[in-house]
Design a protein around this ligand. Structure first.
Ligand code: 6PG
Length: 469
């Protein structure tokens, strides 16, 4: 039997899409899906029969036979839900794998779990790669952005497969590159998702300001977003939001039928936790995460809306659409700055040596946060890692700062909750203020806890305590 050159385990939505992408790129595949009587039976072979692209693929529901069907060193992509199920499959495979074999985890696993698995497989002389895969079902089928980490010497064993199926940047290069050791690949995927949360929240807040603050209809908002797409603000998320605005159900807008309780699968909270552990203020990502949590208290919000008889300011006709566009533009830049700051801190802490220009490059296509802005960041990130310190960005933020402040006022005046816009404005002010009010915090800490403070007139003289009373 001719051995397959690449194996894939887990034929869910993403696994099936990636399998078709791999097959379309000419790879001979072995596909495995577990057998669960009455739930998942003959999944692999049924899938193979469903599409002519898979005519040369082999299907299995027996793990040992699946592994035996692969040429050595085996390259196996796991598309399994992050967590214990992944560890269970790895443990089932180890007895039938051999030294030098490669397991790639393409799920949204936690980067610390990935480091543990790399060490575990290394003890069996095997390679483990934690790889972010971004782009959803469509991206997986047509070309995702792929973020493989793990040992550098492992990447050449799998690069031809991953780079073949990855999306391509504007020069035709694969949106896939070796990210860094340990869990670096999954770490940047996590940050990608964090930036995604804030990008999505900004669009939601913009929608709220226009719909409930400015009285615009979803069709009118779609038109406004469409104009912005042509004004340098093009992004995948804004593009899909235009389609969402226009989606009708009978004669009504579908958006009005969607319950306003946001879910999440965890990557946004992981990003917030990682930022807290590294001491990095990803204030927009955290604002977006907590906005999702707040939305989940729907029943309480309904009760509270009746309990509080606020004086409503009514529709703020003062929302200037051009100012909203300018505010949205710089809020996104601040979001990206915070995300790259977090990756810089992690890279320094773990000594990963991340290449931020390359990260931006592989995020210019295939992934959920692909955008004109990401394209603009690739070149300057070669020399400046702090996005807000890039000359082009300083000029833009100086020009648009007033607009951001006016949008915050419009939000307050129209009773619109805008946590992400507010976080952006606050961060910008803090980031650019030579004098903050943290001296009060230091004084209070020294007052009640004798935690001491440094002096402005002699910061190098060490720490001081005052008997305050
Ligand atoms: C991607 C997406 C993908 C998934 C998110 C959803 O990059 O392709 O981000 O990873 O859709 O996990 O995350 P939430 O359910 O937390 O919004």
């Amino acid at each position: 039997m001719q051995l397959s050159e690449f194996g894939l385990i887990g034929l869910g939505v993403m696994g099936k899409s990636l399998s078709l992408n791999l097959a379309e790129n000419g790879f001979h595949l072995s596909l495995y899906n577990r057998h669960e009587t009455g739930i998942e039976e003959n999944v692999a072979n049924d899938f193979i029969e469903s599409d002519p692209l898979l005519k040369s693929a082999k299907g299995f529901d027996d793990l040992n036979k699946f592994v035996a069907s692969l040429e050595a060193p085996r390259k196996i992509l796991l598309m399994i839900k992050a967590g214990p199920a992944l560890d269970k499959v790895i443990d089932l495979m180890i007895p039938v794998l051999e030294a030098g074999d490669v397991i790639i985890d393409g799920g949204n696993s936690h980067y610390k779990d990935t480091k543990r698995r790399i060490d575990y497989l290394a003890n069996h002389q095997m390679h483990f790669v934690g790889s972010g895969v971004s782009g959803g079902e469509e991206g997986a089928r047509k070309g995702p952005s792929i973020m493989p980490g793990g040992a550098k010497e492992t990447y050449p064993l799998i690069s031809r497969f991953l780079e073949a199926i990855a999306a391509k940047d504007k020069y035709g290069n694969a949106c896939c590159t070796y990210i860094g050791s340990e869990g670096a690949g999954h770490f940047i995927k996590m940050v990608h998702n964090g930036v995604e949360y804030a990008e999505m929240q900004l669009i939601a807040e913009t929608y709220g300001l226009l719909r409930y603050g400015g009285g615009h209809t979803p069709d009118q908002i779609a038109g406004i977003f469409e104009n912005w797409m042509g004004q340098g603000l093009s992004s995948y998320l804004l593009e899909i939001s235009i389609n969402i605005m226009r989606k009708k159900e009978n004669d009504s807008w579908l958006i009005d039928q969607i319950l306003d309780k946001a879910g999440n699968k965890g990557t946004g909270s992981w990003t917030t936790i990682a930022a807290a552990e590294l001491g990095v203020p990803v204030t927009m990502i955290t604002a977006a995460l907590f906005a999702r949590y707040t939305s989940s208290f729907k029943n309480e919000r309904i009760e509270n809306s009746a309990a509080y008889n606020f004086e409503k300011n009514g529709t703020a006709t003062s929302i200037d659409i051009d100012q909203l566009r300018d505010a949205y533009q710089i809020a996104r830049i601040i979001n990206h700055h915070q995300g790259f700051h977090l990756m810089q801190a992690a890279s320094d802490d773990a000594n990963w040596g991340l290449n931020f220009s390359e990260i931006a490059r592989i995020w210019t296509n295939g992934c959920i946060i692909r955008s004109d802005l990401m394209e603009q960041l690739v070149e300057p990130l070669k020399t400046e890692h702090r996005i807000l310190n890039m000359k082009s960005m300083v000029t833009l933020l100086e020009k648009n700062k007033t607009a951001l402040g006016n949008i915050i006022k419009a939000g307050v005046n129209s009773d619109q909750a805008i946590p992400c816009f507010s976080a952006a404005a606050t961060y910008l002010l803090t980031y650019t203020s030579a004098q903050s009010t943290a001296n009060i915090i230091q004084a209070q800490r020294d007052y009640f806890g004798a935690h001491t403070y440094q002096r402005m007139d002699d910061p190098e003289s060490g720490f001081h305590h005052t008997e305050w009373v």
